[in-house]
Ligand binder design. Structure first.
Ligand code: ADE
Ligand code: ZN
Length: 355
């Protein structure tokens, strides 16, 4: 079978669907499907602005990141009890496993809950229990990354980090998300220094809507190991070269980028340019309940719309995702061996080392 078909054929899409893969950019709160939102709202006697799940889903037409975030934070209001958080996480893990995900590093926004009086003692035990069950029953490796909301103050984020410490065994890292423009990484330098001192893995959203300079700032001032989104780095050739040279992974979310109008449509998505520049790009789903699909839907939409992407690119993206995970090295090697065997069983040859 040729590794260089002009357009993604059914065989390549099937190989992608069933491949072992990593989900490294997924907001737990962004997996809240409208049906679950309505069920939880009813459980707690919370009134939603929409008559039913169908009407809520129809409201998911966004002009930009801010328009989305308003609905996303409103949705969080139905998450109140330990059972709610367990149900949300468990539903996601089942979907992930069905998509071939073997490793999920899941973002959680604690401040979107603590600000409503829902404490770490409510959601962290539930998330830990769901992760354990996903491991035991689905063979899924899960870790959590707590994200600071960048539209709030650094002091608020520092307080969140300190409040999280009793649950330190249940998360591995710190991230940064929410409204990007006007909230540069520099605002959170002390927060990330503290997290580094605690031994946490560090990531940050940068270069989604914000400028390429925020990507460089996240690396230089926050010391992050991966950049979430980062597509705006394409505006700065020197930065792009640096990302490639330093092998900084960019966790790219194609459906999110189209739904939040970073690109007008999937055919215009610039992920192929990242790959051609030698950047360690990966593919993930961001907020799948809001953006039209989970990780396999992202691969499928991208490879269907982009005729220039072929089997070698698919393999590279899958491998990059596994390689960029924060799992132990031996575990990563094992997943890559499984990916290689799968890829060859699907009739493809393994591409040579990345340039
Ligand atoms: N929070 C949830 N999804 C996000 C995104 N795509 N960008 C920034 N913050 C987010
Ligand atoms: Zn995100």
């Amino acid at each position: 079978m040729s590794n260089h078909s002009a357009a993604a054929d059914a065989a390549l899409l099937a190989a992608l669907r069933t491949a072992p893969k990593a989900e490294l950019h997924l907001h737990l709160e962004g997996t809240l499907e409208p049906e679950m939102a309505f069920a939880l709202a009813q459980r707690h006697g919370v009134a939603l602005r929409w008559p039913d799940a169908q009407a809520l889903r129809a409201a998911y037409a966004f002009d930009d990141l801010q328009g989305f975030l308003e609905l996303y934070y409103a949705g969080c209001d139905v998450l109140r009890s330990e059972d709610d958080f367990f149900a949300l996480a468990w539903a996601y893990f089942r979907r992930a496993a069905a998509d071939g995900v073997v490793r999920a590093e899941v973002f959680v926004d604690p401040q979107s809950h603590t600000a409503r009086g829902v404490d770490f003692a409510v959601f962290m035990p539930a998330l830990a229990r769901a992760a354990q069950r996903a491991h035991d029953e689905l063979g899924l490796s899960v870790d959590y990354i707590l994200c600071a909301l960048r539209h709030l103050s650094e002091d608020d984020a520092l307080a969140m980090l300190e409040a999280s410490r009793p649950w330190a065994a249940h998360y591995i890292g710190l991230g940064l998300d929410s409204s990007e423009r006007g909230h540069p990484p520099a605002k959170f330098a002390r927060l990330f220094a503290r997290a580094r001192a605690l031994g946490l893995r560090l990531v940050a959203h940068a270069g989604e809507e914000g400028p390429a300079a925020y990507v460089a700032e996240a690396l230089d001032l926050l010391g992050v190991e991966r950049i979430d989104h980062g597509v705006r780095a394409l505006d700065d050739t020197a930065l792009l070269r640096r990302l490639a040279r330093e092998r900084v992974p960019l966790t790219v979310c194609p459906l999110s980028n189209v739904r939040l109008r970073v690109y007008p449509d999937m055919a215009a998505h610039r992920l192929p340019e990242l790959l051609r520049a030698g950047v360690v790009a990966t593919v993930h789903s961001d907020d799948p309940a809001y953006f039209g699909g989970y990780v396999n839907a992202n691969y499928e939409a991208l490879f269907t719309a982009q005729a220039q992407l072929g089997a070698d690119d698919a393999y590279r993206l899958l491998r990059n995702g596994l390689q960029a995970s924060f799992a132990p090295a031996a575990q990563i090697e094992d997943w890559i061996a499984r990916l290689d065997a799968h890829w060859q069983a699907c009739g493809y040859t393994l591409p040579g080392p990345a340039h």
